[in-house]
Design a binder for this molecule. Sequence first.
Ligand code: PLP
Length: 488
Amino acid sequence: MKTIAPLSDFGFKVANTSDEAFDVFNYLNTNRFEKDTNPNGVVNIGVAINKLLQKTVVDKLNAAKEFDFESLEYGSPRGSDAFRNEIASLVNRHFNVHTPITDDDIVVTNGCTAAINVISWIICNPGDAVLVSAPLYGAFLSDVTHRTGATLEHVQVPVSELQSTSQIALFEQKFAELSSKGIVPKMLIICNPHNPTGKIYPRKVLESFYQFAESHNMYVLVDEIYALSVYRAPHLNDTPEPAFVCSDSTSSESTSDLEQLVEFESALSWPNLSDFINPQRVVVVHGMSKDFCMNGLRVGWIISPWNKDIKEAAFRTSNFQYISSHTDSVLTNFLSDHEFIDNFISQVCNRLKESYIKISDYFKKNGIGYYPAQAGHFIWADFSPLLLKYTNKKLIAASKSENGNVNGTSNGTENQNNVTLLTSTSQLSVDDCKSMWRDAVYKAGVCYTAGANFLADRPGWVRVIFAIPWDELELGLDRLIKFSSPDQ
Ligand SMILES: Cc1ncc(COP(=O)(O)O)c(C=O)c1O
């Protein structure tokens, strides 16, 4: 038999590169925690989903539409006119748009994942770079690079600088570094509201990002998937909180600064966008997964009011990532009840706020540091003291099983078992971070997001999803604390 031709370079690479986060994501679906039927299953506080209003959504969807003959036919790959009209109406009502958008500005995709992938594909040539700040939403790593041949280049921004224009210097530095290697940064991603920190970019920072992109001939993808999940803001009469620093964190950075509590301003709302950037460089994504609690339906959209070519290219490739005809008509129906939708959006925000208060109280009670958040389903927390305890617990367990022979670390101290233990969170490694995360999923039955998978600046950061019923969330957090504590 002849040897068979290899897969494409991409096919070979993707088939032979491990992706632990992807594997865990798949495992979660096989062993999901269910209070009555699978109480030992994995409590998922790692995947951004809003479960707080699922019943309302399911009831509304069930009432929306039954299958009919039309459901069995090919629909419109860019989304039906009726659906795109309802999306335009939603955006015009809730994004404070400067110029109303129309159905013609929208291309529907099967999720924002696909929207980000197709935009990267349309804008970048193989070898071009996409810039984004880190910590980042981990799936950008594949969304931007798979199929496109582009690379994702992250700029490490301390969370304390995320709302400051000082970060632009870091972007300039990265740009210069890439350019000197002949790499062209072609696109910038702005994730606003920000995943994983739940923070909102102040206008000044957005202006600077736009100016940066304009000056370097870059496109800007603005990911606004959490636009309607803003639960703390000045207009809601909230007041800024200081970051909560855990008492036993030995990290040298200061996290006690007062947050900047700002209003969310969609790219679509700026009357003077063109003072900072040619709007043709800017494209926005949004969808149903987060603000409407329906990750599983796989529906997102690209909004390109300013650039006809982006819109046209997304339209011409839309048959690779379009939603089913049935989903299209069910969601047209869902969005067409404006009174329900407008009320639903405020309910989402109220429920998120209640949950945020509960988790921040839990963190304070248990000495877990966190950055205050304003939007989204998650909170960025400092688990480094727990990681330190867990890593030492593992070192002790390993030494016991090896009769006291354990490879210690150079900076640690010896305890009575002759094990060299870590004494400071600054000694923790990315491997320690991933090891605890893996063990939490497979041994302790709780899945959170390890900061290492989101390119955090040091081990110990985690993203915890709080948009789930409190009993489940509390169980997940309790499992985590118990499993990392030395005496368990
Ligand atoms: C910032 C961000 N963008 C895009 C996505 C992808 O969403 P979708 O379910 O629409 O593919 C997510 C999902 O977690 C996200 O957090």
